[in-house]
Design a protein around this ligand. Structure first.
Ligand code: 13P
Length: 267
């Protein structure tokens, strides 16, 4: 288990700049009692909000991420956003291979790998998302799928870079409207497969330190139980996090558990 809890949200294609700033300000204010030594709180809003978001008063306590990134620094790639452009707006995390990128926009593991390598080259933290579809689950090949996504997605990365890598396990069938949250024992089982694969890639000690977050229909009720399992180091939340009050409620609830209990500064 990590000494820090990783909790973040991806606002997908919701929230304009004005809405994002209001969200960050409210979330920052509501969580300022929590010691950031124990909490890594991150928000991944849309590209157009990033520059204004980086000027938010709370940006030192909320890590900003981008939802995607080109693997090229520049070139004839209409519609793409380069790592150099993201460096300029103070982003630290790059979400790579989100299920919506893979399944709506057709990105594959080799593309995700190029993005992971580019993110590391630019000293960003790649948040590589992996997860099986319901079809793959029905065939019982989810462990093979996860292993392939990790082995290809992280191909060519060195153990010295692993300290900068985060993984999110987001089963495709659990994500978004109509998604069914994975039950806790299933999620823990898949996180164990991911942990073992990371240990195989980077060695036991290094692989054990990489945070693995769960995402997919996390809510006020299941968050607690998910985080208590040994291989779940944090949560990557969509809908339940988009209201700052509710998100803060989930976070505070988790920070009241061992071993994070002391994280809330006594007023
Ligand atoms: P939901 O929590 O809305 O299912 O979304 C999860 C997600 O896609 C996080 O990236």
């Amino acid at each position: 288990m990590q000494t820090k809890l990783y909790i973040g949200t991806n606002t997908k294609m919701y929230k304009t700049t004005r809405q994002t700033i209001a969200f960050l300000d409210e979330l920052g204010r509501l969580t300022q009692d929590i010691d950031r030594e124990c909490l890594e709180l991150f928000v991944i809003p849309s590209y157009t909000t990033l520059e204004a978001s980086s000027r938010s008063a709370y940006v030192s306590s909320i890590t900003l991420g981008a939802q995607n990134m080109s693997w090229e620094d520049e070139g004839q790639f209409t519609g793409e956003v380069s790592p150099l452009m993201l460096e300029e707006v103070g982003v630290r995390v790059i979400c790579i291979g989100h299920s919506e990128r893979r399944h709506i926009f057709g990105e594959d593991d080799e593309v995700e790998n190029k993005k992971v390598l580019a993110a590391l080259r630019h000293n960003f933290t790649p948040l590589l998302c992996v997860g099986e579809t319901d079809g793959q689950k029905a065939f019982g090949i989810e462990n093979e799928v996860l292993r392939a996504q990790l082995k290809i997605g992280l191909w060519g990365t060195a153990p010295e870079q692993a300290g900068n890598i985060w993984i999110a396990y987001e089963p495709v069938w659990a994500i978004g409207v109509g998604g069914i949250p994975a039950d806790v024992s299933y999620a823990n089982e898949k996180h164990t497969v991911i942990r073992e694969t990371l240990e195989e890639i980077y060695g036991k000690e290094t692989g054990a330190k990489i945070p693995i977050l769960y995402g997919g229909s996390v809510n006020n009720i299941n968050a607690h139980e998910l985080v208590q399992t040994p291989n779940i180091d944090g949560l990557f939340i969509g809908r339940s996090a988009w209201d700052a009050k509710n998100f803060s409620m989930i976070i505070h609830d988790l920070m009241n558990m061992q071993p994070y209990l002391l994280a809330t500064k006594k007023k």
